[in-house]
Write a protein that binds this ligand. Structure first.
Ligand SMILES: [Zn+2]
Length: 214
C-alpha cells in the first residue's frame, strides 16, 4: 500500500464519501442483476477523453473499450488474440447493446504519431503496428498541399472514426444486427480544449456540434 499512488487513494476515499452514498443502491442492484448497458463506447486511451466523464455516465451505463486512437480492427477470425474484437463480441452478443459509439478526439497522440511518422512507428514497436491497421492495403494517406500539420492531424482523427465504423461492419454479428435495425453505430469527436462534442451525421458525412443546452 505504501507505493500505491496517493492521488488514487485520495480519489477512492472521495468516491466512498461523496459518490458511493448516492450510488450504493445502484451498485447493489448491478451486483445482483448483472450489467445491462445499452451503449458501448470505443474510445482512445487518452487520459483527457474519459467517456464516463464526457457523457456523465452512471455505473453500469457504458460498456467501454479504449485503445490507442479508438481503432476497430477488421474482422479477422485467425486464431489470434484480439482484445477489441473480444470486447465487441461480448457487448454485441452477450450484453446486446443497442448502440456503439466510436469516440475520436482532438490532439490524439496516436494519430499524431501516425501523421508525423515519428520514432514510435519504427518496425517492431507496438504503436506502429497498431496504427497500421488504419490503412487499407494499397491506400496512401498523405498531407495535402497547403494543409497544415494541425489540419492534417484533425482530418485523420476524424477519418479514424469513419474507418472504425467501416471496420465494425466487417463483423458478421454487427452487420446482421445493424441490418435488422437492432443495433446502431455512431461516430463522435471530442474537442479537448473546449470540452466540445461533435456527433457524426452519417448521411452528410460531417461532424455536427452538439449544443451544450437543449
Ligand atoms: Zn487519442
Amino acid at each position: 500500500m505504501i507505493s500505491f499512488p496517493k492521488t488514487l487513494l485520495d480519489g477512492y476515499r472521495m468516491f466512498r464519501t461523496r459518490r458511493l452514498p448516492t450510488e450504493q443502491s445502484r451498485y447493489r442492484e448491478l451486483s445482483e442483476r448483472g450489467q445491462s448497458p445499452e451503449v458501448m463506447v470505443i474510445g482512445c486511451c487518452d487520459s483527457r477523453v474519459s467517456p464516463e466523464v464526457i457523457f456523465d455516465a452512471k455505473p453500469g451505463e457504458l460498456f467501454v473499450v479504449r485503445n490507442i486512437a479508438n481503432l476497430v480492427p477488421v474482422y479477422a477470425p485467425d486464431g489470434g488474440t484480439h482484445g477489441v474484437s473480444a470486447a465487441l463480441e461480448y457487448a454485441v452478443q452477450v450484453l446486446r447493446v443497442k448502440h456503439i459509439v466510436v469516440l475520436g478526439h482532438a490532439q490524439c497522440g496516436g494519430i499524431r504519431a501516425f501523421v508525423d511518422k515519428i520514432a514510435p512507428l519504427s518496425p517492431g514497436d507496438f504503436i506502429g503496428k497498431w496504427m497500421s491497421m488504419f490503412i487499407k492495403p494499397g491506400e496512401v494517406v498523405e498531407q495535402r498541399a497547403h494543409e497544415s500539420m494541425q489540419d492534417f492531424a484533425t482530418r485523420i482523427e476524424k477519418a479514424a472514426v469513419f474507418r472504425s465504423l467501416e471496420n465494425l461492419m466487417t463483423f458478421p454479428c454487427v452487420e446482421i444486427l445493424v441490418s435488422r435495425g437492432k443495433l446502431e453505430l455512431h461516430g463522435a469527436y471530442f474537442g479537448v480544449a473546449e470540452g466540445s462534442l461533435f456527433v457524426l451525421d452519417k448521411a452528410a458525412k460531417e461532424f455536427q456540434s452538439v449544443r451544450a443546452t437543449t
